[in-house]
Design a protein around this ligand. Structure first.
Ligand code: AMP
Length: 149
């Protein structure tokens, strides 16, 4: 059995994702693992094409990146508690696909994510990102409910 050397923590800045992140950080501290904090700017909403001219789209995109970067900086300042073996990443795309891609690219040995995200649909056992990652990931996945953080 190998120790977890790289832990991927996808965060959408929801309460449940915060809870999962604390678990990821706890495990990283215990084993001295590298912690990769990933946020995906969700592109499942397709604004391209007909109604919005491209210059506006470009500006909107820049604003999204700026906002996401600010949120990530604040998040890390608030949550990391001095842990330094950390890499952050902000990418565009479909969250579950980018989480799986990041897991592969960073050679993650564990993914830690919330059971739910910003959609806040608590009726189902897992949110759709969590379920898709659990079904497809090639490494172990730990899902953390809000109450566990
Ligand atoms: P969901 O399945 O979408 O309700 O979200 C479950 C968990 O997936 C969240 O608690 C996060 O850990 C992760 N997640 C969801 N959306 C994103 C995103 N856009 N970027 C990074 N992680 C995400």
């Amino acid at each position: 059995m190998q120790p977890f050397t790289t832990i991927l923590a996808p965060v959408d800045f929801s309460d449940t994702s915060d809870s999962a992140f604390r678990m990821a950080l706890f495990l990283a501290r215990q084993g001295g693992a590298r912690l990769v904090v990933l946020h995906v700017i969700d592109e499942t909403m397709d604004f391209s094409g007909f109604y919005v001219p491209h210059p506006s789209l470009d500006r909107m995109d820049q604003e999204f990146v700026k906002g996401a970067t600010r949120m990530m900086t604040d998040f890390c300042r608030r949550e990391l508690g001095g842990y330094v073996n950390v890499a952050t990443s902000i990418v565009h795309g479909v969250p579950y696909k980018e989480i799986l891609r990041a897991a592969e690219e960073s050679a993650a040995s564990l993914i830690v994510l919330g059971t739910h995200g910003r959609s806040g649909i608590e009726r189902v056992a897992f949110g759709s990102t969590a379920e898709r990652v659990v079904r497809r990931a090639l490494c172990p996945v730990l899902t953390v409910p809000l109450s566990a953080g």
